[in-house]
Design a protein around this ligand. Sequence first.
Ligand code: MLT
Length: 199
Amino acid sequence: MNYTIKYGGKEQPVLILLHGTGGNESSLLDVGKDLMSDATLIGIRGEVLEQGQSRFFSRVSDGVYDEVDLEMRANDLHRFISELLQKSQLTNQEIVLVGYSNGANIAIKLLLNYPDKYQRAVLFHPMYPIDVLEDHDLSQTELFVTLGTQDSIVPIEESQRVLTLFRRFHANILSEWTLTHQLTYLEVEKAKKWLHRII
Ligand code: MLT
């Protein structure tokens, strides 16, 4: 996988940056720096190409995910992150997933599949249009989630579905409503305050 790493302070958290459709490993570096200036930042590029745009998993159409591919890509991504942390000697640091849009959506899968490994996440404008039938214990999970009241990509019921999903599994959530799908300075500032409070 393509990635970039910017080392921060020795004892500081590691932010795993997962871009939206059409982004790359560098897209969220500035956001990561704003969120926590002395953290180590790891930006990863999704390996699926949709009309030349990088994503983290395939979809059948807008809002319809290829669930088999999502499962496989999430497991691959987890393996990649684990090996990278190991070889970069970052295994003792606190890990925070930071995802925007498609990156937030694969982050949800990581949170569900590996609740012992990923317990902190900033999810900007996620959507998870999948019926999760099995149970998960996310009582140790801390989330900051932003959602748009007039998001042209994520209908409001889908934003609500993300919150309902995490509430059902007893995650600790701070949610903020914004207007559109656009990532704004204000929501990054709010995420930053939240992050400095929970770390
Ligand atoms: C997705 O496919 O992950 C969501 O629809 C967000 C996006 O358009 O990338």
